[in-house]
Write a protein that binds this ligand. Structure first.
Ligand SMILES: Cc1cc2nc3c(=O)[nH]c(=O)nc-3n(C[C@H](O)[C@H](O)[C@H](O)COP(=O)(O)OP(=O)(O)OC[C@H]3O[C@@H](n4cnc5c(N)ncnc54)[C@H](O)[C@@H]3O)c2cc1C
Ligand code: SF4
Length: 578
C-alpha cells in the first residue's frame, strides 16, 4: 500500500493482534472460581454509569427483579483508579438527558456538586486566516450552544459513581476487563485482567490472576476505542454493512485565568492547519468558560481536535494546541493564568452510517463504544447518558421477561434524540475525506438541509488507509516555554499518569516500519510514547522504541495502524477536571 510520491499507508503494516482469538474467551470457568453478578457494566464513564444509575432506580421500585439479579445486581468494572480518571471531554453538554437521569436535581445543584460550571449564554465562532487574524462568522446550526452547560465528564463520572454506590452498585475500579466470555453464541460475562505481571508477562511476587465475571447481561461502555468492544464487533459481525469507524484526536488543557471568559468560542479550519489536499489537515478548537462555583475560581477549557485522516506524518494534535495558544485571540484569554490540567482522547467521528449494530445475544453497546457522537456539533455526552439509560430500560424489561435478547434497545436508540440527531448529520463527515476545500461546501449543504441534499449514503475510508508522507508541519510548532506552551512529557506528568515501569507492554505495533509510519506515530502520540533511534536511516525501514509507560490511553494509535489494548487496572492517567 505504498502510493503517491512514496507515501505509505499504515494499513499495510497491521498490528500483531488477533482480537477474536486473544480477547474472546470461549466458556466460563467452573462455578466455584468465578464471580457472579446480575448486570456487568464495562466502563465507568458517563455512559456506563448512566446505565447503572438508571437501572438501580428501576430496581429500587422492583425488589423481585432485584432479588433475581443476585447478591450483586449491578457491577461496574472500570480500569482507572476511580471513575472519571480516564474520562475527558470538551465539554459543553446538552442538558436534557442528565436532567432526565437525575430529575430531582437542579442545574445549580450540578454546580454545587462540582461537575458543572455554568450555562452558555454567549458564543462566538471564528475562522483563523493567519497566526494573527480572525474572522467572526455566524455559528452553523449544529454548533449553537446557547442554554447548554459546561461540565467536566471526569467530575461527573465521580458523582455518578457515588450515586450508583449509594443505590447498591458494586464498583470495581482499577480493574480492566480483558476478555469477553462467549458461551453457545451468547455473551455471558467478561474476564478481568491479571495484576502483577512483569515486563515479559512473568508473574511477580504480588501476582493476582484475573477472574471470570459471569453476568445475565453485559453492557459494553468502553468509550471511543473499546478493547473488547472491537472483539465483540468482529465476533458478532456487528459492523456488517456499515461504514468503517473513523476517529479524531483531541488534546485539552484547563487553565486558571485571572478574568472570566464570557462566551463559548470555537474556531474552524484555517490556521494553524494546512488545509490543502496534500496535507489534508482538518480540525478546529474550542475555548469554554468554567466558573468553579465552590472555589469561585475562573477556569477555561481549551482544546484542539484533529481529524486522524491527515496525510502529513508530522501532524501533532498536542503541538497544534500549543501553536494555537500563541494566536492573539487565545493569548489574550490565557494571559496571566496558569495551566491546571492536560489530557488527550480520541473521538469516534464516523456518525450514523459507521455505528455498529448495538446489541448481540447477552450484551449491548452504549455511548462512544457504539459510535454515538455528533461530530458536526462536537457532542456525545448527552448521547452517552441517553444510551446508558435506554440500555438500562431494555435490560430491565428483558430480564423481567426472563429473556437475554436486548434488541428493543436498538429501536429505542433509533427513535430517541440520538437516532434523530445523528440521522440529520448522517453524511456530514464523509465529504471532508475529499479535503476541506472540496468537501466543505457539500457539508454546509448537508447541514442546511438536515442531510436531505445531496442525500443518499456516503461512504468512508479507514484512517489507516490514508497514505502518509513526511511533511513540514513540525517546523511551525513553537518551542515550549514552560509557561504558555509545553512539551509532551511535562504534560503527561500533570495528567497524574502512574503506570508501573515494569508493567507489560499494552501497545501493539510493528517495531520495524517505514520511516513515514514511525514518524506518524511519533508526532501523533500526545504522550511521546514512540521514539525513533537517532542513528536510524533517513529513508526506508526504521526501528520504533515504544515507551508505553507514558501512554495516556487516548486510543489514537488504533486509528493509525496500531492497537491500544487494556493495560493493568489502575495504570494510566488520573484526570480530575477534564
Ligand atoms: C476532545 C474531546 C472533546 C469533546 N467535546 C465534547 C463536547 O464539548 N460536548 C459533548 O457533548 N461531547 C464531547 N465529546 C464527546 C464526549 O466526551 C463523549 O462522547 C462521551 O464522554 C463518551 O462517554 P462514554 O462513557 O461513552 O465513554 P468514556 O468517557 O470514554 O468512558 C469509557 C470508560 O470505560 C473505561 N474502560 C474502557 N475499556 C475498559 C475495559 N476494558 N475495562 C475496564 N474499563 C474500561 C474507561 O477507562 C472509561 O472510564 C468530546 C470528546 C473528546 C475526546
Ligand atoms: S500510545 Fe497511548 S497515548 Fe500514545 S497514541 Fe497510543 S493510545 Fe494514545
Amino acid at each position: 500500500m505504498s502510493s503517491r510520491n512514496g507515501a505509505v499507508a499504515p494499513a499495510a503494516f497491521p498490528p500483531p493482534v488477533d482480537p477474536q482469538r486473544e480477547f474472546i474467551k470461549r466458556g466460563l470457568d467452573p462455578e466455584e472460581e468465578l464471580i457472579e453478578v446480575g448486570v456487568a457494566i464495562i466502563g465507568g464513564g458517563t455512559a456506563g454509569l448512566a446505565c447503572a444509575n438508571r437501572l438501580l432506580a428501576l430496581l429500587a421500585e422492583d425488589p423481585e427483579t432485584m432479588e433475581r439479579l443476585g447478591e450483586v445486581p449491578v457491577a461496574v468494572i472500570e480500569k482507572a483508579k476511580t471513575s472519571g480518571g480516564h474520562n475527558l471531554s470538551g465539554a459543553v453538554m446538552r442538558p436534557g438527558p442528565l436532567e432526565e437521569l437525575f430529575p430531582d436535581m437542579t442545574r445549580e445543584q450540578w454546580r454545587e456538586e462540582g461537575f458543572a460550571f455554568g450555562e452558555v449564554r454567549k458564543e462566538a465562532i471564528y475562522l483563523l486566516p493567519s497566526a494573527r487574524t480572525k474572522v467572526r462568522i455566524p455559528p452553523p446550526p449544529p454548533q449553537r450552544n446557547h442554554g447548554n452547560e459546561v461540565i467536566s465528564v471526569s467530575a461527573l463520572a465521580r458523582y455518578q459513581q457515588r450515586q450508583a454506590e449509594e443505590a447498591g452498585a458494586y464498583i470495581l475500579t482499577e480493574t480492566s476487563a480483558t476478555q469477553l466470555i462467549v458461551e453457545d453464541g451468547r455473551v455471558v460475562g467478561v474476564r478481568s485482567g491479571d495484576k502483577g505481571r512483569g515486563k515479559d508477562g512473568e508473574p511477580l511476587s504480588n501476582f493476582e490472576p484475573g477472574t471470570d465475571i459471569k453476568a445475565q447481561a453485559t453492557v459494553l461502555a468502553e468509550g471511543c476505542w473499546g478493547h473488547i468492544t472491537g472483539a465483540a464487533i468482529r465476533e458478532f459481525d456487528l459492523a456488517e454493512g456499515r461504514e468503517p469507524q473513523v476517529w479524531e484526536l483531541g488534546v485539552k488543557e484547563v487553565w486558571r485565568v485571572p478574568k472570566p471568559l464570557d462566551r463559548v468560542i470555537h474556531t474552524l479550519a484555517g490556521w494553524p492547519l494546512k488545509i490543502s489536499a496534500k496535507y489534508h489537515q482538518i480540525g478546529g478548537s474550542w475555548i469554554y468558560p468554567m466558573k468553579d462555583f465552590k472555589s469561585g475560581e475562573d477556569l477555561v477549557s481549551i482544546g484542539f481536535v484533529i481529524d486522524l485522516d491527515y496525510a502529513d506524518a508530522t501532524t501533532s494534535a498536542h503541538d497544534l494546541l500549543q501553536q494555537f495558544k500563541t494566536h492573539p485571540l487565545v493569548r489574550g484569554i490565557l494571559e496571566g493564568g496558569e495551566r491546571a490540567a492536560w489530557g488527550a482522547k480520541a473521538i469516534p467521528a464516523g456518525g450514523y452510517w459507521a455505528m455498529p449494530k448495538l446489541s448481540m445475544p447477552g450484551a449491548v453497546l452504549v455511548g462512544d463504544a457504539g459510535g454515538m457522537v455528533n461530530l458536526a456539533a462536537l457532542k456525545g455526552v448527552h448521547y452517552a447518558i441517553k444510551s446508558g439509560m435506554l440500555a438500562a430500560e431494555a435490560i430491565y424489561d428483558a430480564l423481567g421477561r426472563g429473556s437475554s435478547s436486548f434488541e428493543p434497545y436498538e429501536q429505542a436508540v433509533e427513535e430517541s434524540i440520538i437516532g434523530q440527531e445523528l440521522w440529520e448529520q448522517r453524511n456530514t463527515r464523509q465529504p471532508f475525506q475529499k479535503g476541506l476545500i472540496r468537501g466543505g461546501p457539500v457539508v454546509n449543504l448537508m447541514i442546511a438541509t438536515k442531510g436531505r441534499f445531496p442525500g443518499g449514503r456516503w461512504s468512508l475510508h479507514r484512517n489507516d488507509e490514508q497514505p502518509m508522507f513526511i511533511g513540514n508541519s513540525k517546523d511551525s510548532y513553537p518551542r515550549p516555554d514552560g509557561k504558555y506552551t509545553f512539551d509532551k512529557l511535562s504534560s503527561v506528568f500533570i495528567s497524574g499518569n502512574a503506570t508501573r515501569d515494569d508493567a507489560p507492554n499494552h501497545i501493539r505495533v510493528r517495531k520495524h516500519v517505514p520511516r513515514e509510519i514511525a514518524e506518524g506515530w511519533r508526532w501523533m502520540c500526545p504522550a511521546g510514547v514512540y521514539e525513533i533511534p537517532e542513528d536510524a536511516p533517513e529513508h526506508g525501514e526504521v526501528d520504533v522504541i515504544v515507551n508505553y509507560t507514558n501512554c495516556v490511553q487516548c486510543g489514537a494509535i488504533t486509528a493509525k495502524g496500531g492497537r491500544l489494548t487494556t493495560p493493568e487496572g489502575g495504570d494510566g492517567p488520573l484526570y480530575q477536571l477534564l
